[in-house]
Ligand binder design. Structure first.
Ligand SMILES: O=C(O)CCC(=O)C(=O)O
Length: 150
């Protein structure tokens, strides 16, 4: 994979309508990189998939457990991609876990808060299609949002 030159934060990666800790990097990977990753994902054994009601997923680098991550080494085909994420400067460590979510047209994931294992930084790479990611404000104890901008 090509080394990524795009260091963030950079003015062109700041999305005005979301918290200023979120960045968007268009064309983060090349079409060739994208195809490489898709081939690896779809060549994985069927047993690697966990099927949920509205999507299926693969865990690489370990399985998240309530008490922490049961860590495993990431496969070589993912390490380069993780290094590209690190080279953006937004993380100070190379990602140690990759969750591959497959969404068929019309599928998605319900609004949720990721647990502590995903703190402090999460990076998302979309393959095979564009995607839509909505950010919501926390719902307070009274069941309403303090802020309504997204
Ligand atoms: O697929 C995504 O981009 C979001 C995934 C996610 O938040 C999750 O799996 O908990």
């Amino acid at each position: 994979m090509n080394r990524h030159q795009n260091k963030i934060p950079d003015a062109q990666n700041i999305v005005q309508s979301v918290p200023n800790t979120a960045y968007y990097i268009p064309n983060f990977i090349t079409e060739q990189n994208e195809q490489f990753l898709l081939n690896k994902i779809y060549k994985a054994p069927k047993t690697k998939w966990t099927c949920l009601s509205n999507r299926r997923l693969q865990n690489w680098g370990g399985i998240p457990q309530p008490k922490g991550m049961l860590a495993e080494k990431l496969p070589d085909w993912l390490t380069e991609c993780c290094e590209m994420i690190q080279s953006t400067n937004v993380v100070n460590k190379t990602p140690n876990h990759v969750l591959v979510n497959e969404y068929k047209p019309g599928q998605g994931i319900m609004p949720h808060k990721d647990g502590p294992l995903y703190y402090p930084t999460v990076a998302t790479i979309s393959l095979g299609s564009h995607t839509c990611l909505d950010f919501y404000d926390d719902v307070n104890d009274h069941g309403s949002n303090d802020l309504n901008s997204r």
